[in-house]
Design a protein around this ligand. Structure first.
Ligand SMILES: Cc1cc2nc3c(=O)[nH]c(=O)nc-3n(C[C@H](O)[C@H](O)[C@H](O)COP(=O)(O)OP(=O)(O)OC[C@H]3O[C@@H](n4cnc5c(N)ncnc54)[C@H](O)[C@@H]3O)c2cc1C
Length: 285
């Protein structure tokens, strides 16, 4: 079966792209394995409802063959789909990366985005694990809300802007543990304690919430196998129309990384990528 556009993914980026192309009268199909990373926000539910009638194949894409005029994707069950345009929206949620206890508390004590979930944790004790500038920025943001923060850094020093490190040192609510790592999160309905390896010994820290930045994600594009250009940071490179290095192949959402990684940013990018794909189809079909 040949489509006008295939969309790989089922998260906010893919749904918004599918909706936009469907409204433009394009013959579109989504291929999506599993569930997206996003929390169940009302606008996302509404987006899902609006895309219910768009054909979706609940499968993993394992291979993509990308030519200038024809794009083919193969699924795990060896279905081969063909289209003139392709939108990649497979996110960067690596589900293999859970630490002990993480999966149990996702969305109710284990979070990945301070701007989204930090304000509801006023006065609470939090653990933040990460070593990147993003982790540093978000731990500083969280300190406006939290009562106390243990910042677990799985490295000898933090990455990124040294001025932010100075801000961190001045913030009395944050206790930074360098060369440390989070081993386990424990609790009943929500987290109560976490086991942290620091200075060669395991310690138990009481905490109401945990924010993870150290190992939560990597762009999900194994199926591309060196076809489109990838940045030094490992993200799919796109131009301002969200087109990749291959004409007619677009990418959007978390897999093109950049910051911030938020569902509505992905959805907006999906919408723009779909408009670009529509324009590209007009000119190239
Ligand atoms: C671990 C994690 C937790 C997060 N938690 C929150 C949160 O609690 N609140 C919040 O607001 N934001 C959260 N975010 C951020 C937010 O979820 C993302 O910014 C947003 O979901 C990205 O949308 P997306 O459409 O780009 O990708 P995703 O929502 O990740 O969707 C990608 C889709 O592609 C599918 N897919 C992947 N590979 C393939 C393949 N080979 N074949 C077919 N389908 C494939 C996936 O199954 C998924 O359906 C989280 C992000 C991560 C990584």
């Amino acid at each position: 079966m040949k489509y006008e556009c295939i969309i790989v993914g089922g998260g906010p980026a893919a749904l918004a792209a599918a909706l936009r192309l469907n409204k433009a009268g394009r013959q579109v199909v989504m291929v999506a394995k599993g569930n997206p990373a996003s929390a169940a926000e009302p606008w996302l539910q509404s987006l899902k409802e609006q895309t219910q009638n768009i054909q979706t194949i609940p499968e993993e894409v394992v291979q993509a063959t990308l030519g200038a005029t024809e794009k083919k994707v193969a699924t795990k069950s060896e279905q081969v789909l063909e289209a003139s345009a392709l939108i990649l929206a497979s996110g960067c949620f690596d589900r293999q990366g859970f630490i002990e206890g993480e999966e149990k508390f996702v969305g109710r004590g284990v979070f990945y985005n301070a701007y989204q979930d930090g304000p509801s944790l006023a006065g609470k004790t939090l653990i933040v694990e990460g070593k990147t500038e993003q982790a540093l920025r978000e731990v500083l943001y969280l300190s406006r809300h939290a009562g106390k923060i243990y910042f677990i850094v799985p490295a000898m020093r933090l990455e990124g802007d040294s001025r932010l490190t100075e801000c961190l040192q001045k913030e009395p609510k944050i206790e930074t543990l360098l060369s440390a790592s989070l081993k386990k999160i424990e609790g009943n309905e929500t987290p109560q304690t976490a086991v942290v390896l620091s200075a060669g010994a395991e310690k138990v820290i009481e905490a109401d919430g945990v924010f993870l930045y150290a190992r939560r994600s990597r762009p999900q594009y194994d199926y591309l196998r060196g076809t489109v250009e990838i940045s030094e940071e490992g993200c799919v490179l796109v131009d301002e129309t969200f087109m990749t290095s291959i004409p007619g192949v677009f990418a959007c959402g978390d897999m093109i990384a950049g910051q911030p990684q938020l569902p509505f940013v992905s959805a907006a990018q999906g919408m723009v990528a779909a408009m670009s794909a529509d324009r590209w189809l007009n000119l190239n079909e």
